[in-house]
Design a protein around this ligand. Structure first.
Ligand code: PPE
Length: 310
């Protein structure tokens, strides 16, 4: 990875290489952390963080679900992040806040172990490669099923849960594919290893809803809004595997990946990125970079005073 300059750790800015944790940190052993993936884009109004408050809200929600008491308010985290981006001198970057059970107590039930919070920012280019966005990727349905709500919490963005994504991603990469799609135990489509999934069928967008084992992706929400504003019908419902094969278009969305068309799934050809995908990708890109007036409220420009937050 490319290094950033500084990392905010428990209220202080420290040099990138000095941001260390103890080897007996609880999270390192048990995965007891929650995190976010946020992006900041270069816009006309300077570097601006995309849907910053929504990410902070999800961060708090994930923490609460895993009994981690965040020692900082949403406002403090928001200002720390804005200051981090300003001090790092980055025009655009990926931002990774993480809260985790730190060093102090061992054993599974460690309610008195400290909760450490840090925020890092660094330049991170296209998650699935530059070519992926224009040419599309080859995806494979994983033999690993997505974590279910009766064992973990699919709606939380928790560190330990990513072992599931890592198994799926590793399997697909070793088989020569770009990304894995995970189904649930009954065979319904959930999402990619780090992205939500959409298909286009008869000019209608379809994506799994909240009763499926998905992360409530912020990019997913943005794409639903953009597609609806463009006049497309968006249906949130269960999708079965064969619908992917028969889709007119298919794409994945996430903060790191942004919007990536899928051109092949399990060796079924979907084709070059389609018209609907391209139109939505273009509007989404405009929104990210502050070129779409109706979506300006999604941006938090770090060089401007904060808007009053909830
Ligand atoms: N599902 C999963 C499992 C997921 O990890 C992400 C984000 C999404 C859906 C899309 O959510 P959103 O970013 O809010 O639109 N994955 C993050 C981490 C990727 C990583 O490799 O680390 C991300 O995109 O930042």
């Amino acid at each position: 990875m490319q290094k950033g300059e500084l990392i905010w750790m428990n209220g202080e800015f420290v040099a990138w290489d000095e941001a260390r944790v103890h080897v007996l940190s609880h999270c390192l052993h048990y995965g007891t952390g929650v995190f976010e993936g946020v992006r900041c884009y270069d816009t006309e109004r300077g570097p601006a963080i995309f849907r910053h408050e929504d990410h902070l809200d999800r961060f708090r929600m994930s923490a609460e679900l895993y009994y981690l008491d965040l020692p900082y308010s949403k406002l403090e985290l928001r200002e720390a992040t804005r200051e981090l981006v300003r001090r790092s001198g980055l025009r655009s970057c990926y931002i990774r806040p993480i809260a985790f059970r730190g060093y102090g107590e061992m054993g599974l039930y460690a309610p008195d172990g400290p909760v450490d919070v840090s925020i890092a920012a660094w330049p991170w280019g296209a998650y699935l490669g530059e070519a992926a966005k224009t040419n599309g990727i080859r995806a494979k349905v994983s033999s690993w099923r997505r974590i279910s709500p009766d064992t973990l919490i699919p709606h939380a963005k928790a560190s330990g849960q990513y072992l599931n994504s890592i198994l799926a991603k590793t399997e697909s990469a070793r088989a020569g594919y770009d990304e894995a799609i995970l189904l649930d135990a009954r065979g319904a489509v959930c999402e990619g290893s780090g992205e939500n999934v959409f298909i286009v069928s008869d000019r209608r967008l379809v994506t799994p809803g909240h009763s499926s084992s998905i992360l409530d992706g912020i990019t997913r929400r943005s794409v639903i809004q953009i597609a609806s504003d463009l006049g497309y019908e968006v249906v949130e419902r269960e999708i079965v595997r064969s619908e992917l094969y028969l889709a007119d278009e298919m794409f994945l969305v996430g903060t790191a990946a942004e919007l990536v068309p899928v051109r092949e799934i399990d060796d079924h050809v979907i084709g070059e990125p389609g018209e609907v995908t391209k139109l939505i990708a273009e509007r989404f890109d405009a929104a990210l970079h502050g070129r779409a007036p109706q979506y300006l409220e999604w941006l938090d420009p770090v060089e401007e005073p904060s808007r009053v937050s909830s």
